[in-house]
Design a protein around this ligand. Structure first.
Ligand code: UGY
Ligand code: MN
Length: 247
């Protein structure tokens, strides 16, 4: 559907944002070559993390050094060679990875049009707990668990759920009509990419129709709720910060 001149569904508020694909503008980001890189969420917005989508041309690459930033990535479409620390694997759509702080990582030999979403934050070590290791995985092999007992709202937790990790990357899939069971209000932040389907997202006191391709930022304590609508399941990939002290 074309968007009338001068209009957009995008809204950037103080405590949440909806970024619709019609407003995307590329950035030049060190390490990304032969790729369109869009910084969708970052600290300039008020977030404590970054969400970036990279769409590769054939022959493009992402080559990132090890530093104090950790990266969780999800291959939405296409395929490529992923190298994360000492791991190297040819991957297809549905693959995900975790590059710990200090580990160099790369995406090379992408199929044309390969699209990867990255969540990045400064790693917060936990005293007495060994830092996480590099991971390459396949979302298709991660079972979806009923969320708070609802078999129509299933959660796939992609990364290990232990104290070593200070971020989580999950996929939530809802059958049409399924909802988040209540309006959540919590300290954890979210970055979210609608992967499929459509629905309505409540963010604070606004309700937004959303569909595949939309991105949402929810600040800490942003009241949030979702209902899947339409005739096909809705699913979204999302980030949250976890497992660290309140103060
Ligand atoms: O993990 C979560 O906080 C999740 N239930 N939030 C959300 O889907 N908006
Ligand atoms: Mn939540």
């Amino acid at each position: 559907m074309s968007i009338p001149y001068g209009q957009t569904r995008t809204r950037v508020a103080a405590r949440h944002a909806l970024i619709a694909p019609d407003g995307h503008v590329k950035s030049v980001v060190p390490g990304m070559t032969g790729a369109a890189t869009i910084v969708l969420i970052n600290p300039t917005m008020g977030a404590r993390f970054a969400q970036v989508v990279v769409t590769f041309e054939a022959g493009g690459s992402a080559v990132l050094p090890g530093n104090d930033v950790e990266t969780a990535g999800y291959v939405e479409t296409g395929g490529a060679i992923l190298t994360v620390g000492g791991l190297k694997q040819k991957v297809a759509a549905g693959a995900f990875f975790y590059a710990p702080a200090g580990a160099a990582w790369s995406i090379t030999a992408p199929k044309k049009g390969t699209r990867v979403t990255l969540f990045q934050k400064k790693f917060e070590p936990l005293a007495g707990v060994a830092a996480p290791e590099a991971i390459i995985g396949d979302a298709a092999k991660v079972p979806g668990q009923p969320f708070l007992g609802d078999p129509d709202a299933r959660l796939q937790v992609l990364l290990p759920d232990g104290p070593a990790f200070d971020l989580a990357m999950n996929i939530f899939t809802y059958q049409p009509g399924a909802t988040l069971p209540f309006v959540e209000t919590h300290v954890m932040e979210h970055g979210l990419l609608m992967l499929a389907g459509q629905g309505v997202y409540r963010l604070e006191d606004s309700w937004y129709p959303v569909a595949a391709g939309d991105v949402i930022w929810m600040a800490s304590y942003c009241p949030q709720w979702f209902v899947a609508m339409g005739k096909t399941p809705a699913s979204y990939l999302y980030y949250k910060d976890v497992n660290r002290a309140a103060l």
